[in-house]
Design a protein around this ligand. Sequence first.
Ligand SMILES: Nc1ncnc2c1ncn2[C@@H]1O[C@H](COP(=O)(O)OP(=O)(O)OP(=O)(O)O)[C@@H](O)[C@H]1O
Ligand SMILES: [Mg+2]
Length: 259
Amino acid sequence: MAEAIIAEHVTKDFVLRRHKTFKQMSVAKMRGQKTVDRFNAVDDVSFTIQQGESVGLMGLNGSGKSTLLKVVSGVMKPNKGTMVTRGRIAGLIATGAGFQSQLSGLENIYLNAAIYGLNEKETKKVLEEIIDFADIGQFIDQPVGTYSSGMTSRLGFSIAVHVDCDIFLADEILAVGDKPFKRKCMNKMDEIRASGKTMVYVSHAAASVQRMCDRVICLERGRVIFDGDVDEGIRVLHYDDDEDGDELALSDAEMGADV
Ligand SMILES: Nc1ncnc2c1ncn2[C@@H]1O[C@H](COP(=O)(O)OP(=O)(O)OP(=O)(O)O)[C@@H](O)[C@H]1O
Ligand SMILES: [Mg+2]
């Protein structure tokens, strides 16, 4: 089996400014103090994902999942290390990413298809399917900027799943869709998996990761703390504590993150 994604010592850091105003910054500089901090959102991450594998990427808020996915997609370059991917990448790395808010849904389909490298003929072939799957009715001709977050996510997901890709990336795509749409998305993702595509799926919904993934990578403060069996990874993150009976113990479905 061939490798689809190889991450080697990937590190992505961001600059945190210590001062709010130019004056504060100048004073600090004159005093010889530091004016910025750097912190590693992704810290020395290495893994290999084989073609056809479906990997869940989990971790608490701010642990670096979205940043890592952006590095996989090529939207961000790592400061250190290398990320090598094989084949065309599609998916949703942020709701509304790649949309022009003044353009209509339909125009955005053409725009996004072009970004994915589809020519006009290829786009026309899947256009009806994209519109049908998104199922947002007459709003397809309205500017995307006027869409609800669920509608934006529907259109984005619909475009992404109709692009013929080798690697499918999904960052919390089910978080804002309504229940019927979530069910439709899960079925579509099952199809994508079954067709042998590689998938990286970010979610806080343990049940959906269990259903969809054969392996999980857990991040904590940018570092990989676990890479392996899904159930074990969920235990490592204490995402299996939901049965404890406290009032925070909402099921995935109640949290709106699963079907
Ligand atoms: N463009 C940026 N500039 C500065 N800091 C950033 C930037 N993007 C992300 N960060 C920081 O990097 C850290 C990791 O963010 P990231 O979005 O990857 O987390 P996450 O694991 O996806 O969290 P969540 O579960 O909330 O989606 C956070 O502390 C965030 O503030
Ligand atoms: Mg995120």
